[in-house]
Design a binder for this molecule. Structure first.
Ligand code: XIL
Length: 313
């Protein structure tokens, strides 16, 4: 059975994957991607980001994003919007514009409402990676100009553009109990107390073999107790190359551990892996010397991790 079919059987909404436009010409890849029993949900790895969607101020281009959205639609797969506001992959007109607070607020509002309005009825990572590892706010162009209020601005604009959208904050290193997870809980509490829309928290879950946090379940329960849903949004489990049988066996256990943790928490709605094959994983370019982080190898052959995912549900 496919991974999504197994997830549904276990009561979860979806098991999904990220994908990216250049990958869609590889037929051995699309043969797996285009199977809604394997993947019930799709996230665009790049083509809905700011540099792709608003390369010049007020000029929106949805060509590549629409290719991914249409693919998901055609296949009967859910689509996750990724993302509205993030410190990376910003066009230089945003980072170097020296906008004052009123102007940047309006720019954030226009960007978020146009994206969420274009792709209606979806779940959106409205704010991506707002925190540093110590729990402080990331000093990016948005925070430096607007303070933490940019987060509420983005969430409000997204929800106003589509009341049916689910609006999330998404980050990494908040999967286990710790300073950054605590800061995210405090942020969500504060947003809720101000009446700012916040439907969920995305736990990216870019893990390292043998180092999956031991507090996944308790941490997800603490997020859920705040009245938000939880999603595992970018799961992969990387290793220092070369891969060995022992590392692949541990990786299988690690995928199983993560899936079982989501399974143990009713408010964990689903799991997205950050592309399903080592051929297209972002890991080797971002973490030199590391890789082999996904359930299918470079040749689109299933690895032990695939069975780990099935075993976790
Ligand atoms: C990554 C993409 O996968 C790469 O293709 C791109 O070069 C850089 O961004 N956290 C996120 C994702 O929220 O948007 C990132 O995606 C991976 C880390």
């Amino acid at each position: 059975a496919g991974l999504h079919a197994v997830a549904r059987q276990a009561g979860k909404l979806y098991l999904g994957t990220a994908t990216d436009n250049p990958e869609l010409t590889t037929t051995a890849y699309t043969a797996i991607l285009d199977n809604n029993q394997m993947f019930g949900q799709i996230t665009a790895a790049n083509s809905m980001k700011w540099d792709a969607t608003e390369p010049s101020r007020g000029v929106f281009t949805f060509t590549n994003g629409d290719v991914i959205a249409n693919l998901a639609q055609r296949n009967g797969q859910l689509l996750r919007g990724h993302n509205c506001v993030w410190h990376q992959q910003l066009p230089s007109w945003v980072t170097s514009g020296n906008f004052n607070a009123a102007t940047l607020t309006s720019i954030v509002q226009t960007h978020c409402s146009t994206l969420v309005g274009h792709y209606k009825g979806r779940v959106w990572d409205v704010v991506n990676e707002p925190l540093n590892d110590d729990g402080s706010f990331r000093q990016d162009v948005f925070f430096n100009t607007l303070g933490q209020g940019y987060i509420a601005t983005a969430l409000r604009a997204a929800k106003a553009a589509d009341p049916n959208a689910k609006v999330y904050i998404n980050d990494f290193n908040i999967e286990g109990i710790g300073a950054k997870a605590t800061a995210m809980k405090n942020l969500i509490r504060s947003l809720k107390s101000q009446g700012v829309p916040i439907d969920g928290v995305g736990l990216q879950s870019h893990f390292i073999v043998g180092q999956v946090p031991t507090t996944l379940v308790q941490n997800m329960q603490e997020f859920a107790a705040l009245g938000v849903e939880v999603a595992i949004t970018e799961l992969d489990v990387r290793m220092t190359l070369p891969e060995t049988a022992a590392l692949l066996a541990q990786q299988k256990k690690d995928f199983q551990t993560v899936v079982a943790a989501c399974q143990a928490v009713p408010q964990c709605v689903g799991i997205t892996i950050w592309d399903f094959t080592d051929r297209f994983s972002f890991v080797p370019s971002t973490f030199p010397g590391q890789g082999a982080a996904t359930p299918w190898d470079e040749n689109l052959v299933r690895k032990p991790a695939f069975d780990g995912i099935v075993a976790g549900f």
